[in-house]
Design a protein around this ligand. Structure first.
Ligand code: 5GP
Length: 180
């Protein structure tokens, strides 16, 4: 099983704080929350259930790591947003930012659609990538060491998403060699 890194209690109390910040920053705005599938579905559900301001939720799916624990460096949209983006204040909800490739790709395609503003909220951000090499991330739940994590929406080969906590898994090459 994964080694616990962030307990369910820590996640939930940090999400209280993040939701309060979003509530405050988006008061009076035309908020469109965009959940980046699949990994951020639980985070999006918990975050939006705490919001008290009016908002609309939509989903976008991108391909990322496939079934491996290392980045392929390629991103493509596999399911697009249904809502009109023009004039909306978009909040992109990510599960984890590692190299920033996924979020930069999404920012590029959504900016072209005429959003009034776009901000990014991520539950997790991995240490190890220089700040200047990353797109600006407006809200970060937790900064974690550069290990592969699962749980609370995040998977390894589609498993572990249901765990209420975030835990670390050995890297894929160690799993292949049975070094668990
Ligand atoms: P980036 O494009 O920033 O390098 O990676 C972001 C995406 O890669 C995330 O949305 C997620 O799908 C995947 N990813 C990055 N690190 C991890 C990790 O530690 N665990 C899991 N399950 N997915 C990860």
């Amino acid at each position: 099983m994964p080694q616990p890194l962030l307990s369910a209690e820590r996640l939930q109390s940090r999400i209280d704080e993040l939701a309060a910040a979003v509530d405050r920053d988006y008061a009076g705005k035309n908020l469109l929350v965009v959940c980046v599938l699949k990994g951020s579905y639980i985070f999006t559900a918990d975050l939006t259930r705490r919001l008290t301001i009016p908002h609309v939720i939509d989903f976008i799916a991108v391909s990322s790591y496939g079934d491996s624990t290392t980045s392929s460096g390629r991103v493509k949209v596999t399911q697009d947003i249904q809502q009109e983006v023009e004039g909306c204040d978009l909040l992109l909800v990510e599960d984890i930012v590692d190299t920033g490739t996924t979020i930069q790709f999404l920012l590029d395609i959504l900016q072209e659609r005429g959003a009034a503003s776009i901000r990014v909220i991520t539950l997790l951000k991995k240490e190890g990538v220089e700040e200047e090499d990353l797109p600006h991330i407006d809200y970060v739940g937790f900064t974690i060491p550069p290990v592969f994590v699962v749980g609370y929406g995040l998977d390894y080969a589609e498993h572990y998403r249901h765990l209420p906590y975030v835990g670390s898994l050995p890297a894929a090459d160690e799993l292949d060699r049975g070094e668990t």
